[in-house]
Each structure stands twice: as C-alpha cells, then as structure tokens.
Design a protein around this ligand. Structure first.
Ligand code: ADP
Ligand code: MG
Length: 327
C-alpha cells in the first residue's frame, strides 16, 4: 500500500516499454498478477533484499542497485538450474527521487530484457532505502539442482573468477591500493554481477549439487558439505583468479580473496566422475568456463586446503560474510 499520492505514480515507472511474456495473463496494475506456469515443470522461487548502508553504500549508482538486486535473485535461480520468468519488486524509498528511479529502473529493465523476464508487480512504501526482488522460474519436474545430492569423489568446479568483487570493496575502503584500470574492472564485477543462468540450466542432468557464491567460496561450499554430509579437498593453486586480482595483491592475499570474499555470484558445483566427459565437452567453449578446483571426500564437513599437493600454509583473515554472526 502506498502512503502518499506521488508514490502511486511509481508503478508507472516499471511498465512503460518493459519486456512482456506470453505466460503473463495479467501483470502490473491489478491487485495481483495472473500467471500461467509452464507444463510439466516445477516453480522455483527466490527472494533477496538489499538495504542501504548494509548491502550498498551512498556512492553506489542507482543503475547498479537495479541490476544487482535482479542479478542476485537470478543467480539463486541459476544455482537451482532454473529458467527465470517473472520478477516482483518491493521498493522502500525515503522520497520520490526521479533521477534515482530512472537509474534504478534502467538497471532492472536491462536484466529483464537480457534474460527475458517480466516484472509482474510489487509494492512501494516510504522508509529507509531498501529493495527486495522475488524471482520466479521453472525447471522440468524433479530436475532442479540442489545442495544435498553430492557424493564423495565428485569433482568440485567454479565458474568465472573469484575474489574480484571482494577486491573492489577492499580498494573502495582503501584496505588495498590498486591501479585505476584494475579498479574499474573489479568495480564492474561488484556493481554488475553476471548471474550464470545458462550454465546453471546446462548443469541440470550433470551436476550432483550446486550453489551460487554470494558469501565467499568456503562459506558457500560448506553449505553443500553440510547438506550432502561430505568433505572437500581444494587446490588453492587451481582457483580461477583474474589478472586484476593477481596483479594487485600477492599470491596469499589473492587466495584469501578468492576463498573468503563474497559478492562474486559465480556458481560452485560438483560433477560425478561418470559425467565428467560429457561435462568437459559441453563446457569447452563457454566464456565463463568452469575450473576444477578440487574433489569431495568422505570426511564430513572437513575442508582441506592444498597447494601443489601439500597442505596450504596460508592464513585466512576474512570470513564469508554472515549477518548476525556471533564471535
Ligand atoms: P495495492 O494497494 O492493491 O497493493 P499498489 O498501489 O501497491 O496497489 O500497486 C498497484 C499496482 O502496481 C499493483 O499491480 C502492484 O503490483 C504494482 N506495483 C506497485 N509498486 C510496484 C513496484 N515497485 N514495482 C512493480 N510494480 C509495482
Ligand atoms: Mg501494494
């Protein structure tokens, strides 16, 4: 419910020249949307919130906030192997700021266009800046990727490169010094993450488990280890690192970023030995080609970090970001 007249205008912002889909019977404008789910499929639904001064700061461009709140939700769908279809948006704004709304809606619309999603409704309220998106998608019945089906011996993979968003944040907070060119590169990764939607879907009958890396590789991999009751051996010298990262910090720091910093929105997943051949062929030409970084073990919940086959001697200073973490 809106609490002032001008807030009523906001839904108009999200309708003019936005993409529409055939499976939306009724979109924005009524009390609720009416949708036709695809046949023989299951609905997959994810929600994420970003709050000002918690998930982003004052200098974050509105377009980045619009992009990212959609991207992180599509990243969750990707980690389930789902095809995205519909988004809804809950917006809490301190005031009606046209410039901000322009930027924000632009960022959100770009994602809707690229991934063929339709914004089907939402809510607008007055209060401290916060944005919430719910993403709805489909998987063929019983073919979703989950966290609880991994087995000892499965290979561990990760898409793209790790640690870039963390480096951007560290540079922004002046915890590290990096070149302008590298800063631009990694800031793009922090502000405009790419959800691995196509890879997620192509992993459906291949991966034994999957998760998206939002809190840091170790923190997120641990969720798979817990759900599947397995352990992992990781080769830290195999972690996929960008040139921006390796040229900005020393090797140990680069590994720390890759293992523990969040916001990368890459996929981490496991592939059984029997599916590895099919998988390698399928992925050989992919731009965010997954890298094999280790293997699951039968030691529940244990993560062993190795460098050139020996136990890694490096230190881990940061941890995956957790809200409400107790010391
Ligand atoms: P109601 O009081 O019935 O909830 P609203 O004024 O909140 O009606 O919303 C009117 C229409 O605009 C609804 O279809 C709703 O889904 C849509 N809407 C409102 N806010 C947003 C938003 N931020 N993004 C997308 N759609 C919105
Ligand atoms: Mg409402």
């Amino acid at each position: 419910m809106s609490d002032s007249g001008e807030f009523d205008l906001i839904a108009n912002y999200f309708t003019h020249r936005w993409p529409s889909r055939d499976d939306v019977v009724l979109g924005i404008g009524d009390d609720a949307a009416i949708l036709t789910p695809a046949e023989n499929s299951q609905l997959v639904i994810a929600t994420d919130t970003m709050v000002a001064d918690v998930h982003f700061d004052q200098q974050t461009p509105a377009r980045a906030i619009g992009h990212k709140i959609a991207a992180v939700n599509l990243s969750d769908l990707a980690a389930m192997g789902a095809e995205p279809a519909w988004l809804s948006l809950a917006l809490t704004l301190p005031k009606v700021d046209e410039e901000w709304l322009n930027g924000f809606s632009h960022g959100l619309r770009e994602i809707c266009e690229y991934y063929d999603c339709q914004l089907i409704g939402g809510d607008t309220t007055k209060g401290p800046l916060s944005v919430t998106v719910t993403a709805h998608g489909f998987v063929p019945a019983d073919h979703a990727l989950r966290r609880d089906q991994a087995k000892p011996g499965d290979w561990i993979y990760v898409t793209g490169t790790l640690g870039d968003a963390g480096l951007a944040l560290a540079a922004q907070q002046q915890r590290v010094q990096i070149s302008d060119a590298h800063y631009r590169r990694v800031l793009e990764r922090l502000y405009f993450p790419t959800p691995r939607v196509a890879i997620g879907q192509s992993l459906r009958d291949i991966a034994s488990s999957a998760i998206d890396v939002s809190d840091g590789l170790l923190a997120d991999l641990r969720h798979i280890l817990k759900a599947s009751n397995v352990g992992a051996r990781l080769a830290v010298d195999e972690l996929p690192l960008s040139m921006a990262l390796t040229e900005s910090v020393n090797e140990e720091q680069a590994i720390q970023f890759a293992l523990t910093s969040g916001d990368d929105y890459e996929l981490c997943f496991t592939v059984p030995e029997s599916k590895r051949g099919v998988f390698d062929t399928l992925m050989s030409r992919h731009p965010a080609k997954p890298t094999c970084i280790g293997r699951l073990t039968n030691e529940p919940h244990k993560i062993r970090l190795e460098h050139d086959g020996e136990r890694w001697q490096g230190q881990l200073e940061q941890h995956g970001y957790e809200h409400f973490r107790t010391a």
